[in-house]
Design a protein around this ligand. Structure first.
Ligand SMILES: Cc1cc2nc3c(=O)[nH]c(=O)nc-3n(C[C@H](O)[C@H](O)[C@H](O)COP(=O)(O)OP(=O)(O)OC[C@H]3O[C@@H](n4cnc5c(N)ncnc54)[C@H](O)[C@@H]3O)c2cc1C
Length: 435
């Protein structure tokens, strides 16, 4: 399709690379594309130079677990897959991992553990790549206590669209040396440069964990428990699951939740048992129906149940929404968003990272959704912004939230567009994302 490309690297046709994990109803339509699988930075640089000189669109693919259509080739172009860029080295003395972009979350965590260290963030897809997680500034269940991807990226090697190799940051924990281009590229969703390598901060090993599963009669009680608990202790995770989400997780995983009662459930994880004991007392102060301390085996089962909810929902939903709301406003946001959903006759299933306000709301498919859904979505995302929240807490803007992004953040959009022009004057990198 692109004469001369095969002289730089092997060229493949892989139909499944037309998609990622974005639910089908909103997933962008793919165009014609070829795939290349560079092994190192130099190859990435040559491919980009080739594409830039010919103004060929380039799409970057990690593992394709993204939920915003970020790696879908929406124009005739080249997909750069990082799957062969899997080298990882642990520098124990400096407590960092130096990874090529295609190293997966699972590989990074295991390598760290093998060397007596840990990588605490836990986005839900174990096969997500370091490049993809940096590009989306991924979060996950432990963000509440341990932060998001941005908090762990100390250094980045990235290639600009014209083939120039950039080295930003390094192995130091601090860096006040000029504008942080490192943090600009983090979360840029592949629109500025291709990340080829990263230096990732590691921490000492994780402590023993204590897990509580707590059913509540109302969402209000569950939310008040979460807010009250956070005044005394920071849990590793504070997950909210509405009853229907629990039922779906049970069905897919074959594991049982702790109680048949209650409409709102909490799965809370603490580093120490005494923190869990304190949280139990707080839970009863907020009318918890009961509090269950999970054994190690039950912990695995409950995590599996939580992890499988998306699998059960995937084919029934239009989209997975990803707003992040200031904690004290979550209750009011949920109440009003239910009213908006009712107005449109839409059923929402909600679960997510309650502790940090990052809620995943799942509108179920309905007849004629094509006519009204976008209007509903805009109203809901606008509500999140009015409440001081953001329209994406961890999945990114991608292709599917760019209209709302442009409308709700016009000044930010304008500045970002100027930055985009500076990095990528021919607009070849990940076109149709964010902009
Ligand atoms: C079951 C499930 C659970 C999930 N749970 C979470 C969660 O808890 N928290 C969370 O944050 N996300 C979650 N996700 C979303 C997803 O895993 C993350 O967005 C992840 O960071 C994507 O990584 P990836 O390698 O699959 O990237 P891809 O999907 O391949 O790409 C994502 C974006 O990053 C860009 N990109 C990829 N590699 C590079 C690179 N080397 N350089 C520049 N740009 C690049 C792509 O172009 C695209 O825009 C979940 C997804 C699934 C399916």
């Amino acid at each position: 399709m692109f004469k001369g490309l095969e002289e730089i690297c092997e060229v493949y046709k892989i139909e499944s690379y037309a998609y990622d994990e974005t639910p089908t109803p909103v997933r962008p339509k793919p165009a014609d594309f070829v795939v290349v699988k560079p092994k190192n930075t130099l190859e990435v640089s040559k491919i980009l130079k080739f594409a830039n000189e010919r103004k060929i669109p380039v799409f970057i693919r990690g593992s394709g677990t993204g939920l915003s259509g970020g790696c879908v080739p929406t124009r005739k172009g080249i997909v750069i897959s990082t799957e062969r860029m899997r080298e990882i080295e642990i520098d124990i003395a400096n407590r960092v991992a130096i990874c090529q972009a295609g190293v997966t979350l699972d590989e990074l965590s295991r390598s760290a553990e093998k060397h007596g260290l840990s990588f605490p963030p836990r986005p839900g897809a174990e096969n997500a790549t370091v490049g993809g997680m940096i590009a989306t500034n991924a979060g996950g269940v432990r963000a509440l206590k341990f932060g998001v991807m941005r908090n762990y990226v100390l250094g980045i090697e990235a290639v600009l669209p014209n083939g120039t190799i950039l080295n930003l940051g390094g192995k130091t924990l601090k860096n006040s040396s000029g504008y942080s281009l490192l943090h600009l590229i983090t979360g840029s969703e592949g629109t500025l440069a291709v990340i080829t390598k990263a230096t990732i901060r590691l921490l000492p090993p994780m402590k023993e964990m204590a897990m509580l599963a707590i059913p509540f009669r109302s969402t209000e009680d569950a939310l008040n428990f979460a807010i009250d608990t956070s005044m005394h202790v920071t849990p590793m995770a504070m997950e909210f699951l509405e009853k229907r989400a629990v039922e779906i997780g049970e069905k897919v995983s074959g594991k049982r939740w702790v109680s048949r009662e209650g409409s709102a459930h909490i799965l809370a994880i603490f580093e120490q048992e005494k923190e869990a004991e304190l949280a139990s007392e707080i839970a009863f102060n907020h009318q918890a129906i009961d509090v269950f301390l999970a054994s190690p085996r039950e912990q695995r089962d409950l995590l599996e149940l939580r992890g499988k909810i998306y699998v059960g929902l995937k084919d029934k939903i239009i989209e997975i929404l990803d707003v992040c709301i200031p904690p004290a406003k979550i209750s009011e946001y949920l109440r009003i968003s239910e009213k908006i959903a009712e107005k449109y006759g839409i059923e929402l299933i909600t679960y997510g990272h309650l502790g940090d306000g990052n809620l995943h709301q799942h509108p179920l498919l309905y007849d004629g959704w094509e006519k009204t859904y976008q209007k509903f979505k805009k109203e809901l995302l606008k509500l999140a912004v009015e409440f001081g929240g953001v329209i994406s807490g961890e999945h990114g803007i991608g292709v599917i939230k760019r209209n709302e992004f442009r409308e709700f953040y016009p000044e930010q959009f304008r500045l970002m567009l100027e930055i985009k022009k500076l990095f990528d004057p021919n607009f070849i990198l990940n076109p149709d994302r964010i902009f």
